[in-house]
Design a protein around this ligand. Structure first.
Ligand code: HEC
Ligand code: HEC
Length: 379
């Protein structure tokens, strides 16, 4: 089976090259697809250069945290694939970046990459709504705009003990108001007197919508370049489909954006078991794009390598449940026909790595308008 564009469609589009109809991809395995060129954007938050500039400054500026030492980039850093490379994230009180960060309050989950989160919620051939795009390992937020508030309110991530939840946002807005560069940048981005909570999060979301990596070799293959994947990777794609990974890792992001329980064991550093949003140990299917730079894996980073992930699935297919709090009835029904064995590990891993696209914005600002250390205490 090949995933190339439907040949009939290609002929039609050649004959019709002067027509105004845009070529649409017609994949043969209907559950997988390439990413489109551009993400969806809410009608009330069009992308403009001024908004991206402002959003990027805010993303990198520790002024958004209680003690002004943590920025979004502390845990979503381009050198770490816009994740942090740690099993569990480390917030307020910490120093350093990634695995070498010490002393911070522990967050109970693994930091997912921001790359392509602008596409969260996308399915094959159906429009998706960026205002309801699912966010977090348990889908508890919808849209990048509404997600951006939550790390600031979170005690461990950015708020710290010095500020109560009900004053932290106003405190930050007052700080920003005092910085002429921000006043000017908010004005260019959202008009006069626009330093508001809503615009703060709109600007951050706009910057995040520029962090996309949608031209992996897999995308090129689906878009008609049959040489883009090696034989091993094509065998891996086939094995990925045959093993029923596509029951959940489907669509252009390789996620159905649904919650499932796979019974992943808790991280040993946590005082309390993380049972997901509704006590059922369900977590969202993560994207499989850019895995080479977003490890360690799973909602709590307990799998260090893709080999470990594959071993986990092999055991799960044989009925072994890692987490003693999860019983067979709680497991996702979409696991029922999933089966994978060691012989397929190499090709499936090779295939998953063909979903990497290294061409994304990795630039780090030289300074941020507050004058604080860029990215926070990450040196
Ligand atoms: C201390 C580390 C830390 C900081 C600081 C932080 N994040 Fe995160 N981020 C995380 C973790 C951990 C998760 C997953 C939490 C969960 O799912 O419960 C996450 C999840 C996300 C997601 C959801 C991604 C997805 O695919 O579901 C987005 C978007 C995001 N963060 C953006 C931001 C922005 C914007 C900021 C700054 C305002 C920020 N983060 C600050 C650690 C951090
Ligand atoms: C029942 C739905 C389902 C099926 C089937 C499934 N997965 Fe997953 N996958 C998930 C969920 C949910 C997670 C996150 C689980 C967690 O953290 O608790 C996950 C995590 C992963 C991760 C880690 C990604 C990261 O960034 O942390 C990889 C890699 C992966 N799956 C590959 C596969 C492969 C390969 C197959 C087929 C052998 C497969 N999955 C089958 C739902 C599924």
């Amino acid at each position: 089976m090949k995933l190339l564009k439907n040949p009939i469609f290609i002929i039609v589009s050649i004959l019709c090259s002067s027509c105004a109809v845009e070529a649409e991809y017609v994949p043969i395995d209907e559950r997988l697809d390439a990413l489109p060129g551009k993400p969806g954007v809410p009608l009330d938050n069009e992308i403009t250069e001024a908004r991206v500039t402002l959003g990027k400054n805010l993303f990198w500026d520790p002024i958004l945290s209680g003690d002004q030492t943590v920025s979004c980039a502390t845990c979503h850093h381009p050198d770490k694939g816009y994740a942090d490379g740690r099993a569990l994230s480390s917030g307020i009180g910490g120093k350093g970046l990634g695995e070498s960060r010490t002393g911070g309050m522990l967050v109970k989950r693994n930091s997912p990459t921001i790359l392509n989160t602008a596409f969260n919620g996308i399915e094959n051939n159906t429009p998706y709504d960026p205002t309801t795009a699912p966010m977090f390992w348990d889908n508890r937020a919808s849209s990048l705009e509404s997600q951006a508030k939550l790390p600031i309110l979170s005690l461990e991530e950015m708020r710290g003990h010095g500020f109560e939840k009900d004053i932290i946002i106003d405190t930050i807005l007052q700080r920003i108001q005092k910085i002429p560069t921000y006043v000017a940048q908010f004005e260019s981005a959202y008009g006069t007197n626009s330093i508001t909570e809503m615009n703060l999060f709109k600007a951050i979301a706009t910057f995040e919508r520029t962090l996309i990596a949608n031209n992996s070799r897999f995308d090129q293959y689906v878009n008609g370049n049959s040489d883009a994947l090696s034989d091993l990777e094509i065998r891996g794609l086939q094995a990925f489909i045959d093993s029923k990974c596509t029951n959940c890792h489907s669509g252009p992001m390789f996620s159905d954006y649904e919650l499932h329980s796979l019974g992943v064991a808790d991280h040993s550093d946590l005082k309390e078991s993380d049972d997901g949003r509704d006590g059922q140990y369900r977590f969202r299917t993560p994207t499989l794009r850019n895995l080479s730079i977003t490890g360690p894996y799973m909602h709590n980073g307990t799998k260090r390598t893709l080999e470990e992930v594959m071993e986990f699935y092999e055991a799960l297919g044989e009925g072994e449940i890692e987490n003693p709090n999860v019983n067979g009835d709680m497991l996702s029904e979409d696991l029922a026909d999933m089966e994978v064995d060691e012989e397929q590990f190499e090709s499936i891993i090779a295939f998953m790595l063909s979903l990497n696209d290294d061409h994304f914005d990795k630039s780090i600002p030289k300074s941020v308008p507050s004058g604080l250390p860029v990215g926070g205490d990450i040196k």
